[in-house]
Design a protein around this ligand. Structure first.
Ligand code: SF4
Ligand code: SF4
Length: 299
């Protein structure tokens, strides 16, 4: 396929069983998210904090908050029942690197108990530069950063505030800091050999026309994949964008944007915007049935 032809054998080895990085793999391998990251260091206007992190996941249902030990027990349980399980990710329900010690501890436990699993995480990028070395030490080779803008004026329309260096920052100043941290995190992760996927939420009237520039910038910095996701905007969820009546893009608008980005092997098109506690093959999540299963006898 296109993506395989576009890369060397070593890179293919690293993505061939990751259902998000390889479109082929999503038919054969399963991933699970463990919801060990409750807090967040920024506010997105498409989030209301009662639901899972919309950076990576579909809002609508609150994930249970797991401890690192609880997450390991759940991964063992799922691995014993789902032989296709190849990837465990941390994608919320808040930001995976805000309380990084919880995320790193979880990875440490899983790495020691189930060394064959691929581990990945998703973040808004604000804290990423501080943790690239720790991620590298744990051999976390796949990281997703949500990058929705380069221009801080546009960023300020998406993010009202951030919490950084023990202080709350607002408006354009906050958006400038977040942008600089995202670019630094991306560059340092790429330098460390991580395969970085960039997610961008397409928000009509705010960043839709800006995302081609975002695409050029993240490719230039070595992002492996760019995933353009539609804003999910529902007033019932109480997000600022939802309450303002801001709509998500139509399938045709997403398609046109993807075409303008080259629609090539470095564009992800099969993302399902999974929940922060998703389990299973993409699009066939089994969260509830797994949660209600008895613990595996061998766990
Ligand atoms: Fe919500 Fe995720 Fe944004 Fe934090 S980064 S405000 S959890 S969508
Ligand atoms: Fe993969 Fe997208 Fe689901 Fe993340 S949200 S696990 S990238 S399909």
């Amino acid at each position: 396929n296109k993506r395989r032809e576009a890369m060397d054998a070593a890179t293919w080895e690293r993505i061939k069983d990751h259902p998000c990085y390889s479109e082929d793999a999503h038919h054969y391998f399963a991933r699970m998210h463990v919801a060990v990251a409750p807090g967040c260091n920024i506010q997105c206007n498409y989030c209301n904090r009662k639901y899972d992190c919309s950076n990576e996941s579909r809002p609508g249902v609150v994930s249970g908050r797991l401890t690192p030990e609880g997450a390991l027990a759940k991964v063992r349980n799922v691995a014993a029942r789902l032989p296709q399980l190849s990837v465990v990710g941390i994608a919320g329900p808040g930001d995976a690197l805000f309380q990084a010690e919880r995320t790193l501890k979880t990875f440490e436990l899983i790495r020691a108990a189930l060394p064959d699993l691929t581990l990945c995480l998703s973040t808004n990028g604000l804290a990423l530069p501080d943790h690239v070395d720790a991620l590298k030490a744990l051999d976390i080779g796949h990281v997703t950063i949500t990058i929705n803008y380069l221009d801080p004026e546009i960023g300020a329309e998406i993010y009202p505030w951030i919490f950084h260096n023990h202080k709350r920052w607002k408006g354009v100043e906050a958006a400038r800091i977040l942008h600089e941290r995202q670019m630094e995190g991306l560059e340092r992760a790429v330098e460390a050999g991580v395969l970085v996927k960039v997610n961008s939420v397409m928000i009509p009237g705010i960043n839709d026309e800006h995302l081609t520039e975002v695409n050029t910038a993240v490719r230039a910095r070595g992002a492996f994949l760019h995933n353009v996701m539609p804003l999910i905007s529902d007033p019932a969820h109480g997000t600022k964008f939802g309450l303002e009546g801001r709509r998500g893009p139509s399938p045709a608008e997403i398609h046109t944007l993807r075409e303008s980005l080259g629609n090539d092997a470095r564009l992800m098109k099969h993302c399902r915007q999974c929940r922060a506690d998703a389990v299973g093959m993409l699009g066939e999540d089994q969260c509830q049935s797994i949660d209600t299963m008895a613990p595996a006898a061998t766990a």
